[in-house]
Design a protein around this ligand. Structure first.
Ligand SMILES: C[S@@+](CC[C@H](N)C(=O)[O-])C[C@H]1O[C@@H](n2cnc3c(N)ncnc32)[C@H](O)[C@@H]1O
Length: 206
């Protein structure tokens, strides 16, 4: 399989390009920081001074901007050039370094004190999930922290269509990649059809 097709990279660029700078056309864009992330930041109160952070699949940039406001030196990347341009247009005075980059081909020297992953793993086909998780784990510097948030599947049968929720077993790949799980929480238990609406929030440390 060609690397470019591994995670439907062109599919995402197509969605952003067709949206024509109208966020209502992007189903996952809500133009505000993720509420679970905000609660995590309020609870954990991480030391952000002189700390680097990276936002995986940053979309339209609201989470990255929030981390920068709280003092992190933030890099935010997305495979979609249109999404990255859009971030730069939305936040012209931003301190965030917005970068076009592909999880399947990241710079080898990228390591950060804080890694934020929200709803990106679940948006990429299950067949390459292990590769995606390994790539995200590799971004965590020694002593660094990863916060991952997404949908939780109770069983693989719930992985019917995008977004393909993650099973607890799949998440274990972060531990296999050398991270230690510090905390795992779930929220909500409703299900509509076969789409799980249970959210997980998990914190790891290297
Ligand atoms: C479901 S959206 C989530 C966006 C954002 N994290 C949020 O919570 O709103 C998934 C994002 O991951 C990006 N993405 C998908 N595949 C990627 C890849 N291979 N490398 C980097 N970003 C990718 C998409 O372009 C999209 O912006």
């Amino acid at each position: 399989m060609a690397e470019q097709q591994q995670g439907d990279q062109h599919w995402f660029e197509g969605v952003y390009a067709k949206a024509n700078r109208e966020a209502n056309n992007i189903s996952w864009a809500d133009l505000r920081p993720n509420l679970f992330m905000l609660e995590w930041l309020e609870t954990v109160e991480p030391d952000t001074r002189n700390k680097s952070a990276v936002v995986v699949g940053c979309g339209l940039g609201d989470d990255a901007e929030e981390l920068a406001l709280r003092g992190y030196n933030v890099t935010a990347f997305d495979v979609s050039a249109t999404a990255v341009d859009w971030c730069r247009q939305r936040f012209p005075d931003s301190k965030v370094d917005y970068v076009v980059a592909d999880l399947f081909n990241l710079p080898k020297d990228w390591q950060f004190d804080f890694v934020l992953e929200i709803n990106t793993i679940q948006a990429i086909p299950v067949a390459v999930r292990n590769t995606v998780i390994k790539a995200i784990a590799a971004l965590v510097a020694p002593g660094g922290t990863l916060l991952a948030i997404g949908r939780l599947a109770k069983t693989a049968e719930q992985q019917v269509k995008r977004p393909w929720p993650l099973t607890r077993a799949e998440l274990h790949a972060f531990v296999d990649a050398g991270l230690t799980e510090l905390r795992f929480d779930t929220f909500g238990d409703a299900e509509i059809s076969t789409l799980s609406l249970v959210r997980f929030q998990v914190t790891y440390r290297r």
